[in-house]
Design a protein around this ligand. Sequence first.
Ligand SMILES: Nc1nc(=O)c2c([nH]1)NC[C@@H]1CN(c3ccc(C(=O)N[C@@H](CCC(=O)O)C(=O)O)cc3)C=[N+]21
Length: 296
Amino acid sequence: MVAQVIDGKAFAAKVRAQVADQVAKLKEENGITPGLAVVLVGEDPASQVYVRSKGKMTVEVGMNSYEHKLDADTSEADLLALIEKLNNDPAVHGILVQLPLPKHLNEDLVINSIDPAKDVDGFHISNVGLLGTGQKSMVPCTPLGCLMMLRDHHGSLSGMDAVVIGRSNIVGKPMAQLLLGDSCTVTIAHSRTKDLPDVVRRADIVVAAVGRPEMVPGDWIKEGATVIDVGINRIERDGKTKLVGDVDYASAAERAGAITPVPGGVGPMTIACLLANTLTACCRSNGLPEPEGLTA
Ligand SMILES: Nc1nc(=O)c2c([nH]1)NC[C@@H]1CN(c3ccc(C(=O)N[C@@H](CCC(=O)O)C(=O)O)cc3)C=[N+]21
């Protein structure tokens, strides 16, 4: 089988266009402009690239973008004070604190200081609990993007066997919750999983989110399975830097029914879902109906 390529870049452009339409309507009918605040602590070059790209796309869909760049040695008290200010700012509907944070800052404490209604990353313990109990929440952007692509490709996911490789709070665990919510039979696999290849071979849906370049070879993939590759790993090959996923694309594409490429798969969907979440947060805070097709 030669896999159909799931074009995340094109899908993300469609999602952003939907968001832009709704933002235009909000402005015209309600005089409201959604606003997203992004907080970056320190100078990690990769983080700077992502933050720039998020800011650009936020403005492109017609929202207000507020960027806060803080020195790497910013104190926890100063960061918490900024978050408190953003929590109380009515022009700000979404707050994202770029992760990872410098070591001296307590990530859990910082994330849990964000107003859950503005937590567009969906990392606050309240949102994690709401998602886990099937209640309305803010859903983490990367898993939401994966779910949108899976629903678009399959229609219903009901009864499918899904294996999520990776158990992070940011991707693996919320991804498993969303798949369970769509009535998949879900396995969360990780570095200690016994017979990982055989576990993966049972799956109709494989979501790889481990952060290890090309660790899933094609012969772990069941013929016709759908492969969602969340990994974004920068590697050196033939003297050049190259972006690869957690899946060995070439061999997996020979067996999968459908597969997301890296780059151009999950990554662009993550940012599109961040904008979708900001719109959702804005609608909810104003007591307006939620945007259709942009929530879990
Ligand atoms: N609080 C927080 N929320 C995040 O959502 C968050 C974060 N912190 N820290 C860093 C990671 C990483 N991340 C990406 C988003 C888009 C691409 C993306 O668009 N990638 C493109 C191209 C990447 C490239 O060329 O470098 C692609 O895959 O096609 C990648 C990575 C969001 N993150």
